[in-house]
Write a protein that binds this ligand. Sequence first.
Ligand SMILES: O=C(O)/C=C/C(=O)CC(=O)C(=O)O
Ligand code: MG
Length: 218
Amino acid sequence: MASRNLSRFSSFGKKIIGIGKNYSEHAKEMGSSVPSEPVVFLKPTTAYLTEGNPILLPLNNDVDHEVELGVVIGKPGKDISESSAMSHVGGYVLALDMSNRTRQAQSKNAGLPWALSKGFDTSCPVSKFLDLSQVPDPHSVQLWLKVNGVERQNGNTADMVFKIPTLISYLSCHMTLEEGDLILTGTPKGVGPVKHGDVVECGLGDIVSMTFNAEDRK
Ligand SMILES: O=C(O)/C=C/C(=O)CC(=O)C(=O)O
Ligand SMILES: [Mg+2]
């Protein structure tokens, strides 16, 4: 399973909490409005994938890339205030929120949860763990992504609708945040399809980059 590859990390690997529509230009390209409170979904730990392993595309083969800043919780908490929220951050990762669009559109139209479109195996490729000193200002880093060498996404975390303290405070009012939890903070505009044989390369400024091959699952 994908999650087995995480054994070399001790810093994260617990629940994955996704935030949707957190960049207004991305909400617009999806035909959605900008939410008035964070849109939240979950991915199982079997979604984690580390470099050297392929993204396995689900059978309907309609998967989009979404490059995102991942926030790793370092100190557990519940009902965390915005003013103390950043003290709960233990580090960061670069992450991909691979999304099965046909299934997601079906769920959206039917008012149903996004679990299957967001939570398939290998749907959360992650970089190595970045400690706090490597990302001194998480609200001012460039997120970029190329497919087969062609740029698809290039945005800045300054454009998040809900900033990290707001996300941590909001989430912790609904679910206890545990050490090792990962919050995917949303994607900038430019999402698009990934097909069998594609090479996906993405980065967080020049702090870290990662590359994954995509393959149809058997
Ligand atoms: O349909 C939409 O408006 C948004 C779809 C998403 O997949 C949301 C995200 O995961 C994101 O914005 O990062
Ligand atoms: Mg996303």
